[in-house]
Ligand binder design. Structure first.
Ligand SMILES: Cc1ncc(COP(=O)(O)O)c(C=O)c1O
Length: 373
């Protein structure tokens, strides 16, 4: 059986994993359990649930489903940044050097610079496309993001994992732009993977969530303690929403990725588009590594128009583009990343392709581009 068949079996399992535990009359869909307290007489360690900050059955339902697709134990957090904070603050100590992407999600850099650095950690950055250059000697923690948001550069996960681990670093990947269904960093040698489930995993833009997955028991134990003592816990209702979103991730991604591939090809040929990045294009500088380590090329496209005004009109005037930050939702959405301070041209647009049928979406984009002057 190929890896692909294994993967498909996991997705089928995701939809049916509860069946074996059901009694006649049980609801097929998992329930939501909102509670801060559990019945807890006598010796508290005899109880599987003690207090709402320590555990919650609805989180566990989501964590089990995530662990199926990750192939590793998973722990959920109330946002992607809460998952990143859990990694940074549970791994880095005073004097440690940590390496993060120079061109990844800006909040990872902001958190590290503003809060880790003052505690004595040495925070260094490196561009994703050159992540291997310079090696990893002396680093305690190495966090890559590939493809990076928003530039969609890629680094070779297996090569970074080998080099980082040989240097004694803990190495992980922010897999938000791909999810476990598009790229499997743990199978490529990463110690942990994290994901902002706010994006494609939930997919409906109605809640925030994040998770960390790892096969390293000691690291997982520390991250669990971080969540328990920092109190960075998700709400049960939000966990339930993300569980429901996860059930349709594979079909949503299939549509989004297929559409993104065609839209990227057409946009790349468009005379109004000055530059474009999509790892699935043969001409893209990241294509050869992307082909090697990604099982799909994702749903995000970066394109550059002449200036801010053109970019704003493309985003604002196209009836099938939602002007908003974030990505991975069912609606195609876009934003000009310069407005957040990313190191990109003023006319740079990060486009997240949704589940709209291809041709009406393309016709709307093309008509909007034609009207730009
Ligand atoms: C790559 C990446 N990682 C992490 C995050 C943080 O996720 P959240 O907004 O859920 O905190 C984002 C958000 O855009 C992201 O793009």
């Amino acid at each position: 059986m190929s890896k692909h068949d294994d993967h498909e079996r996991l997705i089928a399992q995701l939809l049916h994993h509860r069946a074996a535990g059901l009694q006649p009359g049980d609801s097929v869909v998992p329930g939501i359990l909102p509670t801060a307290v559990f019945h807890l007489p006598g010796n508290q360690s005899n109880a599987p649930y003690q207090y709402g900050r320590f555990h919650n059955p609805t989180w566990e339902t989501l964590e089990y489903a995530l662990s199926l697709i990750e192939g590793a134990e998973s722990i959920v957090f109330p946002s992607g940044m809460a998952a990143i904070a859990a990694i940074l603050f549970s791994c880095a100590r005073a004097g440690d050097r940590i390496l993060i992407p120079a061109d990844g999600y800006y909040a990872t850099r902001a958190l590290s610079e503003q809060f880790l650095k003052p505690l004595g950690a040495v925070v260094e950055t490196r561009p994703t496309a050159k992540f291997l250059e310079g090696g990893f000697d002396g680093y305690r923690l190495v966090l890559a993001e590939t493809p990076s948001n928003p530039g969609l550069d890629v680094c070779d996960i297996a090569a970074v994992a080998r080099a980082a681990k040989a240097a004694g670093a803990i190495f992980g990947v922010d897999n938000t732009t791909m999810t476990a269904l598009g790229q499997r960093p743990l199978a490529l040698g990463a110690d942990f993977v994290l994901c902002a489930d706010t994006k494609a995993i939930n997919g409906h833009s109605d809640t925030l969530m994040g998770h960390v997955a790892t096969r390293d028991g000691a690291l997982m134990a520390r991250i669990k303690d971080w969540r328990k003592f920092s109190g960075a816990i998700p709400g049960p209702f939000e966990a339930w929403l993300v569980y429901r979103g996860l059930e349709t991730l594979e079909v949503r991604l299939a549509r989004m990725v297929a559409t993104a591939g065609v839209v990227a090809e057409r946009l790349a040929e468009h005379k109004k588009v000055l530059a474009l990045r999509y790892p699935g294009l043969k001409s893209d500088p990241a294509h050869s590594i992307a082909k090697q380590q990604m099982s799909s090329f994702g749903f995000m496209i970066s394109l550059t128009l002449k200036d801010a005004a053109q970019a704003e009109r493309f985003i604002g005037d196209c009836p099938f583009i939602q002007a908003s930050t974030s990505f991975g939702g069912v609606r195609t959405s876009a934003e000009r990343r310069f407005r957040w301070g990313d190191a990109v041209p003023e006319g740079f647009v990060r486009l997240s392709v949704g589940i709209e049928p291809l041709e009406p979406l393309w016709a709307a984009m093309d008509a909007t581009l034609q009207r730009l002057n």
